[in-house]
Design a protein. Structure first.
Length: 430
């Protein structure tokens, strides 16, 4: 389960295009932030994506990804041309007969191969029509689904809905939010579907599985993000996008991390129910303008207990330890942060305001300084990135040290059993 949303330049405070995405995956599905340089390939080259081999592009762009440790594709991504993508699981009445380009693959293929949002729509449409979307998209088990994507560059954005080997795209006017459902009816601007007697087929009516959409709380999460964008339209900032990614409902003071029911909060926390074993395992806000792009990543789970840090193209990502696995990985950033996250869940209501006070003070400085460095030298950008990630690690480590001195006990019996299970499965020494 995921959420993505975008604000175009006509809706932001400084004219930048902002795209945000929460990667909601299985509890131990560690995310890894990676930078892949641009590359040239010979004619006839092939590439192994998630579940099949396809023709390689002769040129791939430099990309920054937030990806599940096991996947070729990604949950979060942007490229050197300012193209950024958020992807969603969607549910259709189509049956994919064979492995294809799954949701995670489509995101990476888009940022690797598209120099604009419009080209991104073409990349998605081509691969969906040619290969379909079949194949497992889950760390554990064997679960496949279709795709929804939000593709933006420094000037425009598109929503793309995909069902089996069909797709439809609609341009965004100002702000847009998408979740685990289809948004496009007969208002598409481009599609694999063919108009009949001058009338466009209704994509949503033809393909949507509404029961599955309801079961994952898609409408509630999508509406929550969209309403907050509309309320801030004309003055939306990176900080606003981060705040929406952290939204846990209007009654935040009384929010219960293991509330019953469907997962209907943008900032998703795992809970002791089979359809709630998902959480925000990573998040991104991309800031694209004519001056350049800053990619803000948490690199950690639990967005409301994480800090967004900057990344630029053309410089290395900071040293955050080894690539994480689905079991505890000593020294890996994602797993180090789990020492804070999983302990804080024992007293979330009391600890979150204290932790956020320290994290917000730091993050506000990052957000204030980052956009001004879009046109700075690579050495200046590298120095800023290194400093931000180092300072974020310092304040996080200080909180981990404080939490490890406290008693750690989850009062809710079912919630405690859930975390005991996931900690055992990950061999996590907490």
């Amino acid at each position: 389960m995921c959420d993505s949303f975008v604000a175009l330049g006509n809706s932001t405070a400084d004219g930048s295009v902002l795209l945000a995405k929460s990667a909601d995956t299985e509890v131990n599905e560690a995310e890894h932030v990676v930078r892949v340089p641009s590359r040239e390939y010979g004619e006839g080259a092939l590439v192994r994506i998630g579940h099949r081999t396809i023709p390689q592009a002769q040129h791939t762009h430099e990309i920054i990804l937030g990806k599940s440790f096991w996947a070729w594709g990604a949950e979060l991504g942007a490229n050197e041309h300012g193209v950024a993508v958020g992807n969603e699981a969607t549910f259709s009445n189509q049956i994919n007969q064979s492995d294809g380009a799954c949701c995670l693959d489509l995101l990476r293929l888009t940022v690797e191969r598209a120099a604009s949002a419009k080209e991104g729509v073409e990349v998605i449409g081509h691969h969906v029509e040619k290969f379909g979307q079949g194949g497992n998209c889950q760390m554990m088990g064997n679960y496949s689904f279709d795709s929804g994507l939000l593709v933006a560059d420094a000037s425009e954005a598109y929503v793309v809905n995909c069902a089996g080997s069909h797709w439809a795209a609609r341009q965004v006017d100002d702000v847009m939010a998408i979740s685990n459902r289809y948004q496009i009816s007969d208002d598409w601007d481009a599609s694999s579907l063919t108009p009949e007697n001058g009338a466009k087929p209704n994509f949503r009516a033809q393909f949507a599985d509404e029961a599955l959409e309801r079961s994952c709380g898609a409408v509630a999460r999508e509406s929550a993000a969209y309403e907050r964008l509309v309320a801030r339209k004309g003055s939306i900032t990176v900080a606003d996008m981060a705040a929406i990614l952290r939204h846990v409902g209007d009654d935040e003071e009384n929010y219960d991390v293991c509330y019953p029911g469907v997962p209907d909060k943008v900032c998703m926390h795992a809970a002791p129910a089979e359809d709630r074993w998902w959480q925000a395992t990573g998040a991104m806000v991309s800031d694209s303008s004519a001056d350049g792009i800053v990619v803000w990543m948490t690199g950690t789970s639990c967005t409301d207990l994480s800090i967004f840090k900057p990344l630029f193209f053309g410089i290395d990502t900071p040293n955050v330890g080894p690539a994480p696995l689905g079991t505890y990985t000593e020294g890996a950033l994602w797993w180090r942060h789990e020492r804070l996250h999983r302990r804080a869940m024992a007293d979330y209501a009391a600890l979150k305001p204290e932790i956020r006070a320290d994290f917000d003070a730091l993050e506000e400085q990052f957000f204030a300084e980052g956009p001004g460095l879009k046109k700075a030298s690579k050495s200046q950008q590298a120095e800023f990135v290194e400093d931000c990630w180092r300072r974020a690690e310092g304040v996080t480590s200080a909180w981990i040290e404080r939490l490890e001195k406290r008693n750690y006990f989850l009062q809710n019996t079912d919630y405690r059993a859930m975390w005991d299970r996931f900690n055992r499965e990950a061999s996590f020494p907490i």
